[in-house]
Design a protein around this ligand. Structure first.
Ligand code: 2BA
Length: 109
């Protein structure tokens, strides 16, 4: 068995959860925050058999989209802050960051 942990944007989480549950799979949504942007994102955990990994990855790809965010960098410590005009930096986020872990044991009481 594998645990698929998929970090996705909040905007895509509902569609992905619906696709997973419509396909008869169980899923858990955990509200998370990205370390770089410090924006809310969503981590969706799905426990599946090894033969289902490919299908679940397909659902993730179909439902999670790449988006552009603009981040204002912090003033560098070496420059006096009154002369520093931050230029927003373009950052491309997503579709999804996926970790696939081996499950040693699974119980569902
Ligand atoms: P964040 O950490 O908020 O990162 C959002 C986006 O900012 C990233 O998109 C990436 O394009 C950019 N980014 C991240 N760190 C950067 C850095 N040090 N310098 C420049 N740009 C940077 P994604 O790569 O699609 O990641 C989306 C979210 O997935 C991340 O949100 C984080 O929550 C998670 N994530 C990505 N890679 C991860 C990893 N190796 N381990 C744990 N979580 C990860």
């Amino acid at each position: 068995m594998k645990l698929i942990m998929s970090i996705v944007q909040r905007e895509d989480a509902d569609d992905l959860l619906k696709a997973l549950t419509d396909s008869g799979r169980k899923a858990t949504l955990v509200s998370t925050t990205g370390g770089f942007l410090r924006e809310g994102n969503a981590t969706i955990c799905v426990g599946v058999g090894e033969d289902e990994v490919h299908t679940v990855l397909g659902l993730i790809k179909e439902n999670c989209h790449t988006r552009t965010r603009y981040v204002s960098p912090l003033a560098p410590l070496t420059e006096p802050s009154e002369f520093y005009v931050p230029e927003p930096v373009e950052v491309e986020v997503g579709g999804a960051t996926v970790f696939i872990l081996d499950v040693e044991r699974y119980e569902n009481f």
